[in-house]
Write a protein that binds this ligand. Structure first.
Ligand code: ADP
Length: 598
């Protein structure tokens, strides 16, 4: 999604919709077409209910004339007729609303579904270039605007159009002279509305951007609330929020002033027009050109027409907002998703040989600082290789490239001698599993979380995996066992427990290549032992690439690559590297592990 502060259609005057807006409207209507039967019924009912609405002033005028004795129909009959009209109108109105809303909500649910389905498939580069909090906030705001227009404004717009056309036709039939007087007041009002509408829209857009900025603060700090508290930075964040909020308020209040002036003007124009019509109408009644009932009828129709015109400003701004929102949604839908499958035949099970050949990589969001600069290393099938190096050396990035979250800008990443760009993403990722540093468990049961490694796994498989991951014991210790809920509304697992769940997940996935990002935080020695045993079980018979922080892992690694500034600068076994005096490994080992033992 574009983070530009200026929507593409800002430069167009509001009544003229840009080509992009029209395309957005056409795209949105594509979702509505799926519910055309409902919409047709709704529209028919709406026409009927509006027509009944138009009968009302006519009947009222006749009632006045009947009271004055100018027409022959009795007052009671007319009153009864009006009640009947109202009853029919209510029924039609119900039918119209319920069908419109159902169709719109369903159409919007499809939009949401498609959008989410698309976003989750977008490449990592898309997410790393954006603040996810802002993205989520903006999307829900955009969808709310589309929702508002489809569900509330669209039926309203159609009803008002019918009332406007019908109303004008009927008043013209009553007195074309009065009609002309009334219509003459419209163009100036519309002119002012356009001028103000444009300004108000721009300010509203800006206010929205400012509000999105403040929402980012809220989301980031609530997600990382422990960090905020640990640093005692509550006052700092409150201040940051207040500054953002101030910026928003300034723009919002400016918008409010314009809106208030605009509303006052519209009210003045509307009632001014009404007074003008009333004045000329009263003159016509006094000379007998029209009857008092006709004047009453005329005034009521005029009120309808004025009401319809008055509401167009609001409907139009809602339409503009919805179209702007639709454009932004479509921008996301236009992003290229990851191509998960390839035309090539599915890869057989990998042997698990991994090779980086002179790989260079720069994050698209930070083009000025290359992260990998000619990284080469090799992991033979079944070997365990540890990557070590100072933070920022590019270890995590190397692993992201192996998962093909990004493609290298130069060089190649090979698995079993094939460039991974030739493999289908689903194949590549199906045969790799990651045990991350910070294990994220999704809200759900423990069983569901383990099964994330292999959707549809049987309870027996899940239990077997948990047993091999040394997790079974603590899981059955919970009253609900594998059905225990974790996360926000369930039990909180310790770091070591979470890691063992992640290991069980990976065991269940049974990958050829294992990627391990060891937790930097130390576990207590009992947890440490269990996690290590679980990892040993997991690594058996697989290739493992490990970002290592533990001495135990390093000692067991078949080969260690020491990374610095995006390159592998030293390699060898722990014993070999420890004996190399003055090497980076020695100083790192001393810092990171506190000791060097051969
Ligand atoms: P390590 O895992 O060795 O600590 P990383 O691979 O995480 O190193 O980071 C290497 C460099 O890449 C760092 O300078 C980091 O700031 C940068 N970096 C990491 N992730 C991103 C990202 N998503 N976008 C831009 N820069 C990034």
């Amino acid at each position: 999604m574009a983070r530009s502060r200026k929507a593409p259609d800002t430069d167009d005057p509001p009544p003229k919709l840009s080509g992009e807006s029209l395309r957005a409207a056409r795209w949105l209507s594509g979702y509505l077409v799926a519910h055309r039967m409902r919409l047709f019924i709704a529209f028919a009912a709406l026409c009927c209910s509006s027509a009944m609405g138009l009968c009302f002033p006519f009947a009222t005028g006749t009632l006045v004339d009947s009271a004055l004795g100018t027409v022959a129909i009795g007052i009671d009959q007319i009153a009864l007729l009006i009640m009947l009209v109202l009853a029919v109108q209510a029924t039609c109105s119900f039918t119209a609303s319920i069908n419109f809303m159902t169709a719109s909500e369903r159409a919007l649910a499809s939009v949401r579904q498609d959008l989410y389905g698309r976003i989750i498939r977008l490449p990592m580069a898309f997410f790393s270039a954006r603040r996810v909090g802002e993205l989520a906030g903006r999307l829900s705001g955009d969808l709310a605007k589309i929702d508002d227009f489809l569900v509330a404004m669209l039926p309203h717009l159609l009803r008002q159009i019918i009332l406007l056309i019908g109303g004008i036709a009927l008043i013209a039939a009553t007195s074309w002279k009065l009609t002309l007087i009334m219509l003459a007041t419209i163009p100036p009002a519309i002119g002012v509305a356009i001028l103000f509408g444009r300004k108000i829209r721009d300010l509203a857009k800006e206010a929205q951007d400012r509000l999105a900025d403040t929402n980012v603060v809220v989301e980031e700090t609530l997600q990382g609330v422990a960090t905020v508290k640990a640093f005692g930075n509550e006052p700092f964040e409150v201040h940051r929020y207040a500054t953002g909020l101030d910026a928003f308020l300034t723009v919002a209040l400016k918008g409010a002033r314009f809106r208030a002036i605009f509303i006052a003007f519209i009210i003045f124009a509307l009632f001014g027009g009404l007074v003008l019509v009333l004045w000329s109408g009263a003159k016509m009644v006094s000379v007998g050109t029209i009857s008092p009932g006709e004047l009453a009828r005329f005034l009521l129709y005029t009120a309808f027409v004025a009401g319809a015109l008055g509401s167009f400003a609001e409907v139009f701004s809602s339409l503009q907002q919805a179209l702007g929102a639709t454009e932004r949604v479509r921008e996301i839908l236009r992003e290229e998703p990851e191509l998960l499958t390839s035309a090539l035949p599915a890869a057989p099970r990998f042997a698990g040989e991994v090779r980086f050949e002179d790989v260079a990589f720069t994050y698209p969001s930070r083009p000025e600082s290359p992260v990998l600069q000619g990284l080469s290393f090799e992991v033979k099938a079944g070997q365990k290789v540890a990557l070590v190096g100072p933070s920022g050396a590019g270890k995590t990035t190397a692993i992201s490239l192996l998962m093909r979250f990004y493609d290298p800008s130069a060089g190649r990443v090979l698995v079993d001698g094939r460039d991974i760009r030739e493999l289908a993403l689903t194949d590549l990722r199906a045969q790799t599993a990651v045990v991350p540093q910070d294990v994220i468990l999704f809200g759900g049961t423990i069983a569901e979380n383990i099964a994330y490694g292999k959707p549809g796994a049987s309870p027996a498989e899940i239990e077997a995996a948990a047993t091999r991951a040394y997790a079974h014991e603590f899981v059955v210790g919970f009253p609900d066992g594998y059905e225990t809920r974790v996360g926000e509304r369930g039990v909180q697992l310790s770091g070591g427990q979470r890691q063992r769940i992640a290991i069980a997940r990976a065991i269940l996935r049974d990958p050829a290549i294992l990627i391990l990002d060891e937790a930097t935080s130390a576990l207590d020695s009992e947890s440490e032992r269990l996690v290590q045993q679980a990892l040993d079980a997991l690594m058996q018979g697989r290739t493992a690439v490990i970002i290592a922080h533990r001495l135990a892992t390093i000692r067991r690694a078949d080969r260690i690559y020491v990374m610095q500034e995006g390159r592998a600068v030293e390699s060898g076994t722990h014993a070999e590297l420890s004996e190399r005096p003055g090497g980076l490994y020695q100083s790192l080992a001393r810092l990171q592990f506190g000791e060097i033992e051969a």
